[in-house]
Every structure is written in C-alpha cells, then in structure tokens.
Write a protein that binds this ligand. Structure first.
Ligand code: PEP
Ligand code: MG
Length: 328
C-alpha cells in the first residue's frame, strides 16, 4: 500500500493526458485559503470552483469588500498564474447565514438562494463583484454565477458587473478587463437552453450535485430517498451530452465541478464527451489522474456508445464497472 501511495505521489507533477493524447485538466474545489495547500500538493491545475459562501458563513456579518479582496487576492497569488474560478455567493438551500434572515420556505432548494439573492440584493452582490474584479489584477481569475436558469439572469448579473467595472475605472483601481465569465449548469432549464446560454458566457461548469437533484426531483439532503439519487440515471447522461455539445458548438469551454467529477467510474463519460476540465475535492485528484493516464479516449467512446443504449442506471453502472476492471 505504501508503494501505491508513492506512485500516486509521483504522478502529481505529470500532465493529465490519456495514452491517445487527450488532455483533461484536473482542478480543485476549495472553500478557503487553507484548503489550497492540499490542492497544490495534489498537482491541481488551479481551482475550478472556489465556493465563496464559507467566507460569509465564518463570521457574524457580511464580509466587507476589503476582507473579500484580501482572501481572493491571496488565493490568486498563491496559484501563481494558474486559473482560479471564483463562484459568487451560493447561500440558501442547505447553507444558511446566522446574520441574514432568509424567509421561511416550504422548498428552500427551489427558493430564495444563490444568484436569486444576488440579483435581489444588488448591494451585497456588487460588493462581492468589486472584490473579485480587484483580485483579478493579481492572477488568472474567472468569475462564475451559480444556479442560472435563464438568459435574463446572466444579463442582469453582467449589468451589475459592468457597473462595478465602471466604478473601479473611475476610481483608478486596476482589474483584468478580459475577465472571463462562466455559469454553473445545474438546473435542467439551463441544460435545455444551453445553446442560448453558451452565446452569453465564456464557459460552463456542470454542477452535478444540484443537476442530479433537480433532474430527478430528489432532494440531495434527504436520507429517506437517497436510493433515488442516481447520478448514473440515463436522463443525466442525456443532460450531460446536451450541455457539452452546446458548449462545443458555440466554441466555449466546458468543465464539471460536482461530486461526479471525482468519481472514477464517470471518467470514460468525460473523455468521450470531450470535456475540457474536471474540478473536484483535492483528495480525489491523484486517483483520477492516475486512471486518466491509462484510459484512452478511443476506448471511452466505445463504451459510452453502449451506455447510450442502456435503459437503467444499473445497466449503465455495470458497463462502467466492467470497463474499469478491463483498464485495471
Ligand atoms: C453542484 O451543485 O454540483 C456544485 C458543485 O455546487 P454545490 O455542491 O456547492 O451546490
Ligand atoms: Mg450547486
């Protein structure tokens, strides 16, 4: 076992490339500066998802622009030019803030949360956008909006972003004028209009945690129905391929940042669809890379063709399992 561990460690510095030459960047999901250390020692190609809500949960009032800027900037600098995708506030649903009273809701996951709060409380949103813009001067920062379900939401968010840019310009504060804007694809409506959304943004990141929940109408926190939470449901496969195809057709990058990105069984799906990046918890990165180095895109395409004929998640999982065993 010690030997296996050493081998994993050795490949931290290897490029994430299949035997037949497909590069699939592996990035880290983090929630704080502290988590960055582990990400870097795992050989992560930057951060594909910085969940900023923990910056808000850690205190008893909203973090000021300056406080946020300090954190975003230190992460960007520590990454030394590698990409950093900062996701704007994604509270509500299961994530609460002690000092910000959210309405009592029957269905909080379908309620006042994420980008919906940001567009409602533009004061809070602009503070965060200013902090992110300022940090963009110190590294390769990208901005990402959570829980997008319409083109209108993207445009409304970008309008506030443009206001923030104008303010900084007037104040003579530097920021990256080419800052890339992306959205999470985690609501089925966003999948269905992925071709329209792709014309509004620079990249997609598929959030499989919420996408599974909303596609199957299965609360991701509810133990009672956890057996129905099936990431390998045929509906999900179709959702994934629709999203990636729309991104490709419009020439934008597409990644995956939900838990499924770090699941070894899903790797042939990403290779076959030709996804650009997987972002996952740091502890999964080396394992996924080790397997990536041995899994060809050609073989992945063959197995995924067969997956498309499957009618149940059990059939899909069986095929993926036997493919894993063949790769060894
Ligand atoms: C997701 O929904 O897949 C995701 C990555 O975001 P979160 O888990 O923070 O909702
Ligand atoms: Mg989500």
């Amino acid at each position: 076992q010690a030997e296996a561990k050493k081998r994993l460690h050795d490949i931290a510095g290897f490029r994430p490339i299949t035997p037949d030459g497909k590069t699939l960047e592996l990035a880290a999901n983090i929630s704080s500066f502290k988590e960055l250390e582990v990400a870097l020692s795992s050989g992560a190609h930057g951060v594909g998802l910085f969940r900023t809500e923990f910056l808000y949960m850690d205190r008893n009032r909203f973090p000021k622009e300056e406080e946020q800027y300090e954190v975003y900037r230190s992460v960007a600098e520590k990454l030394g030019g590698e990409p950093l995708v900062i996701r704007t506030l994604d509270v509500g649903g299961d994530k609460q803030l002690d000092y910000f009273e959210l309405p009592e809701e029957d269905n909080p996951f379908l309620g006042y949360r994420a980008i919906r709060i940001s567009l409602d409380r533009q004061d809070l949103f602009k503070t965060q956008l200013r902090a992110i813009l300022r940090a963009s001067h110190h590294g390769q920062v990208k901005l990402m909006y959570p829980l997008i379900s319409s083109v209108d939401e993207v445009r409304a968010a970008n309008a506030i972003l443009n206001e923030a840019k104008r303010e900084l310009e007037q104040e003579g504060i530097p920021f990256d004028r080419g800052l890339k804007i992306g959205i999470m694809i985690e609501v089925p409506a966003a999948v269905m209009i992925a071709d329209l959304l792709a014309q509004e943004v620079d990249f997609f990141s598929i959030g499989t945690n919420d996408l599974v929940q909303f596609t199957l109408a299965v609360d991701r926190m509810n133990e009672e129905i956890s057996h129905l939470y099936e990431p390998y449901h045929p509906a999900l496969l179709r959702m994934l391929s629709m999203t990636v195809e729309a991104a490709k057709r419009h020439g934008i990058k597409v990644g995956v940042c939900g838990e499924l990105a770090g699941d070894l069984r899903a790797l042939p799906i990403w290779l076959s669809l030709d996804v650009d990046e997987l972002s996952m918890s740091s502890h999964s990165i080396l394992q996924v890379k080790e397997r990536l180095l041995r899994t060809s895109q050609k073989d992945s395409r063959e197995v995924v063709l067969k997956l498309q004929e499957c009618r149940t998640s059990t059939e899909i999982l069986e095929l993926l399992q036997s493919f894993m065993e063949r790769v060894g």
